[in-house]
Structures are given as C-alpha cells and as structure tokens.
Design a protein around this ligand. Structure first.
Ligand code: SF4
Ligand code: SF4
Length: 171
C-alpha cells in the first residue's frame, strides 16, 4: 500500500539542458543560476505560507535542472510579486523576476490559466480588471473623490497587437 502511494506521487520529468539557457535569455531570468537551494525564499514567501503547492525554491530548482514542464505548472502564476524573497535571498537571486520570466515563457507556449486569460481580456475590453458598477462610480462624487481616469483602449489594443497578446487570448 505504502509502495503504491509512493508510486502515485512520483513524477518523472524529462531533463532538457537547453531550457536553462532559454530562461537566461529572457529579461529577468538570469539570476536563477546562483540559487543553492537554501529554501529561505519559500520560508519568507506569504503565498507559500497559505498554499500547499507554491514553493519558489522548488520552481527555481526545476528550472535549474532543465525541467521544461515548470512553465506548464499553474503554480508559477501564484507569485504576487511582493519581492519578500528577494530581500532575504543570500545569493541575490531575483526570485520574483525569474518567476516572471517563466510566466513570459509560459505565455509564449500558450500556457496561461483560464482565469488570467479572462482577466487580460477584461482589461483589454474595459481598461479595468473588473466591471466597476455605475453606482460605485457615482458614489465617488458624493464622497468628493475625483473621477477615475479614462483608459486609452486604443493604446491597449495596439499594445496587445505588438506583443501578440491578442492572438494568445484567442488560442
Ligand atoms: S533564497 Fe535564494 S538561494 Fe535560497 S532557495 Fe531561494 S532563490 Fe535559492
Ligand atoms: S515575490 Fe513571489 S515568490 Fe517572492 S515572496 Fe512574493 S509571492 Fe513569494
């Protein structure tokens, strides 16, 4: 039984020596090579504290080993870019930037979790991450708050076009 459980949780990954070179070419991805797996980033990370799966040191380790599947792992999308890890890393690894680089590689390979696709589509459509109710906008005046700035949707559309985000969202 114990052997069966152990088999069920074992993952077999293919090692791709080229992967780490690809990551190093993505802006922000370079510093991962200095990681020596002390685990301080994970001990510091507020997201790791409240999830059972997000472990920044494990993500960096997978990248170093050349495990390309790391960009298919939804966990890379859980980083909230608070930079707590960077403050504590004894090796100067820009953990959040490395994870951002992995997200960029994930996007290039069409690996975006559905909620993030919906969020991006909503921003392109309205300029906001969610539909702000008219009642809430009207309430700003009664509270003496300035009106919300208007987003230039045409600029957003052009940005999506030059970065190919528009195509990625249709995949
Ligand atoms: S704190 Fe730095 S050296 Fe330690 S595991 Fe995290 S990235 Fe690697
Ligand atoms: S930047 Fe990301 S990985 Fe680093 S501590 Fe914050 S949430 Fe965790």
């Amino acid at each position: 039984m114990a052997e069966a459980q152990s088999r069920a949780t074992t993952h077999h990954y293919k090692i791709d020596p080229e992967f780490k070179h690809e990551l190093m070419r993505v802006p922000g991805g370079e510093s991962f090579k200095n990681c020596y797996q002390c685990g301080v980033c994970t001990a510091t990370c507020p997201v790791a504290r409240f999830t059972g799966t997000f472990r920044p040191n494990k993500i960096i380790h997978m990248a170093k080993l050349g495990i390309r599947e790391v960009i298919k792992d939804d966990n890379v999308w859980l980083c909230v870019v608070c930079y707590s890890c960077r403050e504590k890393c004894p090796q100067g690894v820009e953990v959040a930037d490395v994870i951002r680089a992995l997200k960029n590689m994930a996007v290039e390979n069409g690996c975006i979790p559905a909620p993030f696709k919906e969020l991006a589509a909503q921003i392109l459509k309205s300029g906001s991450a969610y539909n702000i109710p008219e009642s809430r906008i009207a309430r700003r005046s009664t509270l003496g708050l300035p009106q919300l700035p208007k987003t230039n949707l045409e600029d957003l559309r052009k940005l999506a076009e030059v970065t190919h985000l528009d195509k990625v969202l249709k995949e």
